[in-house]
Ligand binder design. Structure first.
Ligand SMILES: [Zn+2]
Length: 162
């Protein structure tokens, strides 16, 4: 269902659109990143262009993350709109990428393009490495102690005590 034969599909059209809902187990998010508890919806538009395809994508959903400071679980909105260009792996004749083309994803198999994998990548990209339940989340007592120590050490260094 999520594997598209782009070669075949685009023989007769210039644009392909659709929308689907992915169940949490269809996304298969690595548990150390977060947990998806409700289905994630997405809409896509694929347009064929010279040398590849352009995909416009809207993702709607949220993921449950653990705050890296206070350790509470919170819902993070992962909704995003993205435009991605995909193209077949470069051949030997195309050895360099222009800076503007660095956001290109390479297409492993034009006849079995995995749309679900692309959605999954986009979801993973929207998960912060150090999640915070709110920008003002208070550091834990331990962290406060830790920063005090550093400050004290710096002061001592400045005063040539160490
Ligand atoms: Zn927090």
């Amino acid at each position: 269902m999520f594997r598209l034969n782009l070669k075949e599909l685009f023989k007769t059209r210039k644009k392909l659109t659709g929308s689907y809902t992915l169940k949490p187990d269809e996304i298969g998010l690595p548990p150390d990143l977060g947990k998806i508890v409700e289905p994630v919806g997405f809409y896509f538009e694929i347009t064929k262009e010279k040398g590849g395809y352009r995909i416009y994508m809207e993702i709607e959903g949220h993921v449950v993350l653990e705050c890296s400071r206070c350790l509470t679980l919170y819902h993070k909105d992962i909704s995003r709109k993205e435009t991605i260009r995909i193209e077949p792996y470069p051949t030997r004749d195309v050895m360099y990428l222009k800076p503007s083309e660095l956001d290109v994803s390479f297409l492993e198999d034009e006849e079995a393009f995995d749309l679900r994998e692309l959605v999954r990548e986009q979801i993973i990209l929207s998960i912060p490495t150090k999640p915070l339940c709110s920008p003002e989340c208070t550091p834990t007592l331990e962290e406060r102690e830790e920063s005090k120590k550093v400050t004290l050490g710096d002061l001592l260094k400045k005063g040539n005590v160490l």
